[in-house]
Design a protein around this ligand. Structure first.
Ligand SMILES: [Fe+2]
Length: 268
C-alpha cells in the first residue's frame, strides 16, 4: 500500500505541480545527474541528452512522449501508484510506458518504497530512447501477457535484473542501465563501485533462479554485454526456461545490511 496518490492530468493532459514538488525534482535532478554521468552506460547518458528534461521543473508527460517520437516512438501514460500486472504488461506491449504521477515529499528525498515520477522519468525514460532496450520492454510485455500467471514471479525476476537493476560491460568498465539503480543516489555508486555485491554475467536460467528483495539495496547484479544481447534473450523459449529454473530450484536470497540506505524500489 502507498500513502502517495498519483496526480490527475487536466483536460489538456497537463499536471499542475506545486512549487515544492518542482523544487524536489530540481534537487533530485541536479544531484543525480552528476552521480550518473561517470557510472551510467553511454546509451543512458545520450538518452538524458535526447530527452532534454528540465532540471528546474517536472516535465509534462507530453514533453517526454514528444521526445520519444524522435527515437523509439513510445508514449508515457499516467497511472496510479500501483497497477495490476495485466495493465502493466498490456501497456508495455503497446509501447506505452506507465508512469506514476506523484513525486516524493522532501522528507522522503533519499528513501522511497514506491516508484515516483523521478524514478520513472529520470531512471527509466532515457533508456526508452534506445531501440533494442525499448524493443526488449515491448517484447517482454507481449510474452508476459500470454504467460501462465504462475510464471509471473520468474518473469518479474527477468525484469528486475535488467530494466530495474541491470548492469552492462563497457570499454570503461561495468556501468549501470537499470532505472532502479539510476534514480537512486546510493545504489548508483554502490552498484558500480562497491566490493560488496555479487556481479554475475547475465544468464537467463541464473536470473530466473535468483530471488530479490524490494526493500534493500541489491546483493546480486547481472551484467549484459550489449543491448542486442538483451533483446535476443527473448528469442529463447521463456516458458521452457522458467520450467528449467523451477526444476533446478531457486538460490538463497543474498541479503545486504544496506537496507536503510536504499533510495527506491519498484513493483514493476
Ligand atoms: Fe521502475
Amino acid at each position: 500500500m502507498s500513502h502517495y496518490v498519483s496526480k490527475q492530468p487536466d483536460v489538456t493532459g497537463k499536471i499542475e505541480w506545486s512549487k515544492i514538488e518542482n523544487q524536489t525534482w530540481e534537487t533530485l535532478y541536479n544531484r543525480q545527474v552528476e552521480i550518473v554521468k561517470p557510472r551510467a552506460c553511454q546509451e543512458y547518458v545520450e538518452g538524458i541528452k535526447r530527452l532534454q528534461m528540465s532540471s528546474a521543473h517536472i516535465p509534462q508527460l507530453s514533453e517526454i512522449t514528444e521526445s520519444f517520437k524522435h527515437s523509439t516512438g513510445w508514449s508515457v501514460v499516467p497511472v496510479p501508484a500501483m497497477i495490476t500486472p495485466e495493465q502493466f504488461f498490456n501497456l508495455l506491449a503497446t509501447k506505452n510506458f506507465p508512469a506514476a504521477t506523484f513525486i516524493r515529499t522532501p522528507e522522503d528525498l533519499d528513501y522511497l518504497q514506491e516508484p515516483d515520477i523521478f524514478h520513472e522519468f529520470f531512471g527509466h525514460c532515457p533508456m526508452i530512447t534506445v531501440q533494442p532496450f525499448a524493443d526488449f520492454m515491448q517484447a517482454y510485455g507481449k510474452i508476459a501477457l500470454k504467460a501462465d500467471p504462475e510464471h509471473r514471479k520468474y518473469l518479474a525476476r527477468l525484469f528486475w535484473f535488467t530494466v530495474e537493476f541491470g548492469l552492462i560491460n563497457t570499454q570503461q568498465g561495468v556501468r549501470c542501465y537499470g532505472g532502479g539503480i539510476l534514480s537512486s543516489k546510493n545504489e548508483t555508486i554502490y552498484a558500480v563501485e562497491s566490493d560488496i555485491p555479487v556481479r554475475k554475467p547475465f544468464d537467463l536460467i541464473e536470473v530466473l533462479r535468483t530471488p530479490y528483495r524490494v526493500d534493500q539495496i541489491q546483493g546480486v547484479y547481472f551484467i549484459i554485454e550489449s543491448f542486442d544481447q538483451l533483446y535476443k534473450i527473448l528469442d529463447q523459449d521463456i516458458n521452457a526456461a522458467i520450467d528449467e529454473a523451477k526444476t533446478l530450484g531457486e538460490y538463497a536470497l543474498v541479503e545486504t545490511d544496506k537496507g536503510a540506505s536504499k533510495d527506491e524500489w519498484t513493483t514493476c
